[in-house]
Design a protein around this ligand. Structure first.
Ligand SMILES: NC(=O)c1ccc[n+]([C@@H]2O[C@H](COP(=O)([O-])OP(=O)(O)OC[C@H]3O[C@@H](n4cnc5c(N)ncnc54)[C@H](OP(=O)(O)O)[C@@H]3O)[C@@H](O)[C@H]2O)c1
Length: 254
């Protein structure tokens, strides 16, 4: 399998390229990389092929991974006839990607790909064959956990949830840290306390998160008082409408 990554030095494209090579999933001689700023002397400690341009990369690759920002997609003018195309782009649907002539898969990793712990749902169009699906699984396994979906629209919804990766816990941690500093705590204490909540607290959240919330509410202590006030202030409503805004943006309406 010869793999080409367009956007190979970006956040996700770089995570994929580094994971494929560091985990020896493919040989550096089978990887073609392309970015906008030009070839580097070193690629995560490896020496893959630097493609001259999009058509050079497409010609050399069996699988083309598109990991540019959605607004940069049209200018690529990708001709992928006969190739498998895996797009990481939010907001570019399969019918648009299909104009490249390739067999299309849309995948939605998140920033945890950087440390090999992404949750990556993906959707394949009808002309993606059984061998292609094996390749998709192999490539996305390099980033963490992957899961095929049967409905493309579900990928739009997941883009605004798992696609956001660490963004929501980061916002929660930032709010808690600022709150503690606002109450006069030293920055280091505030940081350690807030990080403990999102990192270690998060590990206790099981398959039924609502059951854990209910347990704290039933306990009826200080946490219950905080949760009730947050609910009354519209925190849950705000979270839901925030995720709806993400979905709308993915569908071109935001
Ligand atoms: N980051 C996330 O957490 C995340 C999560 C889910 C989905 N996504 C999706 O994944 C895609 C990539 O996101 P990202 O965060 O990795 O973006 P990024 O860090 O901005 O990287 C974009 C890459 O595209 C390259 N590029 C831009 N125009 C190009 C062109 N004409 N030819 C070749 N390369 C070109 C850039 O090259 P240079 O390096 O030279 O600038 C860069 O390597 C996006 O479409 C985004 O919607 C991202």
């Amino acid at each position: 399998m010869k793999v080409g990554i367009i956007g190979a030095t970006g956040w996700l494209g770089g995570a994929l390229g580094a994971a494929l090579l560091n985990k020896r999933i493919i040989d550096q001689g089978d990887l073609y990389v392309l970015n906008r700023r030009g070839a580097g002397s070193d690629y995560f400690g490896h020496q893959p092929h630097w493609a001259k341009d999009v058509s050079d990369l497409a010609e050399a690759s069996d699988v083309i991974v598109v990991s540019v920002r959605p607004e940069d997609w049209p200018a690529l003018n990708l001709n992928a006839r006969g190739k498998l195309v895996i797009s990481f782009m939010a907001a570019v649907p399969c019918d648009v990607l299909g104009r490249s002539g390739g067999r299309i898969v849309r995948a939605m990793p998140n920033a945890a790909a950087e440390v090999g712990t992404s949750y990556t749902p993906w959707f394949a169009t009808m002309d993606v064959n059984a061998q292609d699906r094996i390749w998709v699984g192999t490539l996305l396994d390099a980033l963490g956990q992957q899961e095929p979906l049967s409905v493309e629209a579900h990928l739009d919804v997941l883009t605004a949830v798992s696609g956001a990766g660490p963004a929501y816990p980061a916002m929660l941690a930032a709010t808690m840290k600022a709150f503690l500093i606002g109450h006069g705590l030293a920055s280091g204490v505030a940081e350690r306390a807030a990080l403990n909540v999102v990192r270690e607290g998060g590990r206790l959240v099981g398959p039924d998160p609502q059951a854990l919330v209910d347990r704290f509410v039933a306990y009826n202590g200080t946490t219950a008082a905080a949760l009730r006030e947050m609910n009354d202030q519209g925190v849950i409503t705000g979270l839901k409408s925030g995720m709806e805004a993400g979905v709308a943006k993915t569908r071109g309406g935001g």
